[in-house]
Design a binder for this molecule. Sequence first.
Ligand code: GLY
Length: 392
Amino acid sequence: MPSERSTRTPDVLVVGGGIIGLVTAWRAAQRGLATAVVDPAPGGGAARVAAGMLAAVTELHYGEQTLLALNLASARRYPAFAAELAEATGHDLGYRRCGTLAVALDADDRAHLRDLHAFQVRSGLDAQWLSGRECRRLEPMLAPGVRGGLRVDGDHQIDPRRLARALVTACERAGVVLHRVRAERLTVVRDRAAGVVTEDGTALAAGRVVLAAGSLSGRLPGVPEEVLPPVRPVKGQVLRLAMPADRPPLLHRTVRAVVRGNPLYLVPRESGELVVGATSEELGWDTTVTAGGVYELLRDAHELVPGITELPLTETLAGLRPGSPDNAPLLGPTALDGLLLATGHFRNGVLLTPVTGDVMAHLLTTGGLPEEARPFTPRRFDTAAVPTEQPV
Ligand code: GLY
């Protein structure tokens, strides 16, 4: 017999079972809302490819100070969030408070890092300038040519695949109904979002719909043109290598660099996996792993840590970041009653998972966006200014 919870119309239907959709559903269910998720493969999405850096400080970019505040708010939540999720599910999330070292390989990189450091300090962030020798003392496998770097002890990492699996379990344990099928179109009844129709023709009704479908959020049929979020796919190619278990770790912390203008990161996991990323390509929906992408990542990684060429290359993969016009997420109600967004997290989906869950649950239960999320209302992209406080 299906349970009462699975047959009743849910209060909330989340379209998209990536980490953002799942955390929204988990937090909503914890607050007593009957919640469902529709996704053919919950726990998949961009998190399957992502390296999982929690890099609020080392990924600081000019013009993104507003986003920085949200990134820091989420970074602060991570220890408690990870502990709660691990406790609720019994899963090991691969959460590693290892810090990050961003290094420079030549004079141009060094000038760029010096600039970033000055900007971090002006922004009140904790980052320490190190000489090349000090960098190599921390990470002896770095290339001898390293010219200096930034030590950021607060930028950590988590394994996004483990995070996604744990969120699936947390949702199931909290009573979230997972519809393992693709949502084909949004249903709108009397100018209000009322659910979706799935690819097998099933109508799923709901009190409210949260669109959290990552890069696909911008093209769900049935969503009125003026409400479709301006989210686009930004391709990232990522490699995985295996560090031998019987030798001292190749790296102790995340190491980043900009090599000939290309951002590069190496994320060593306790499991022995070494993630090397990532390209950033505006190529629409293409997810081909290319010889050029793999070559450039390996070439740059080898320049940074020559020893990587001895490691087995275990996986090559490309994913799609959900980019938005200002690189920040869209969180909140839309101009269509009953339709909310949690999408457009671009480079920061893993980092922003805890704060997104809290913001969306607050919104779904109280009708208002918490202060920290107000700058991220989707209404900022409306052509006509509309008040952000409205019933959801
Ligand atoms: N945050 C890392 C990336 O988007 O590649």
